[in-house]
Design a protein around this ligand. Structure first.
Ligand code: GLN
Length: 189
């Protein structure tokens, strides 16, 4: 199972380490050729402007969009969520507000109950996090903070405003690998 981790900037190494711990093969993605043959995708947190510039520079926008829209299981966190919105790759029918939680609470942790995630609340680490400002009917909201969506799902895309790779909780990466396995089962031999 090869999972591409966008490695232009940001927190890609922590994601790769978690994936390897689950027995998957992480692959750092910097060019369109790196996307060849991957089964799943992670768009990590970082700085969304830098990541967007890198995506444009490397010609990654179109191939990334195609990959996600064709149903490749995708986990996006923080800046990754921003990159999928209407104003960036336009894969998810939503807009995000960057650094939404304001100066005083730029970074914080909270226990979050996610609908559909078994095993109780998770510890969510928010670092200069966005929230979802507005979203269309296909987007399922899984969790909110202060009335703002911070975890959403649309089919095989799971996007969260926080950083699951910074905690011991591997449930999101597990979800991604399970989605990859399920997709492989359904694919014609
Ligand atoms: N504030 C960052 C941005 O707007 C996102 C922060 C993060 O990914 N932790 O790009």
């Amino acid at each position: 199972m090869i999972v591409g981790v966008l490695a232009i900037q940001g927190d890609f190494e922590a994601h790769a380490a978690l994936l390897a711990g689950f027995g998957a093969e992480p692959r750092e993605v910097r060019t369109p050729a790196d996307l060849e043959g991957i089964d799943g995708l992670i768009l990590p947190g970082g700085e969304s402007t830098t990541m967007t510039l890198g995506i444009e520079r490397e010609g990654l926008a179109e191939p990334l969009r195609d990959l996600v829209e064709s149903g490749t299981p995708t986990l996006a966190t923080c800046a990754g969520l921003i990159i999928l919105d209407r104003n960036h790759l336009d894969v998810l029918d939503l807009t995000t507000r960057r650094n939404a939680f304001g100066r005083q609470v730029r970074s914080f942790e909270t226990n979050l109950e996610l609908s559909g995630l078994d095993g109780g609340p998770l510890r969510a680490v928010f670092i200069r996090a966005p929230w979802v400002e507005e979203c269309g009917p296909d987007v399922e909201v899984l969790a909110e903070v202060d009335g703002h969506p911070v975890a959403v799902r649309d089919g095989n895309v799971l996007a969260v405003a926080f950083h699951p790779e910074l905690t011991e909780d591997g449930r999101f990466h597990r979800w991604l690998l399970d989605a990859v396995a399920m997709r492989a089962e359904k694919a014609p031999a």
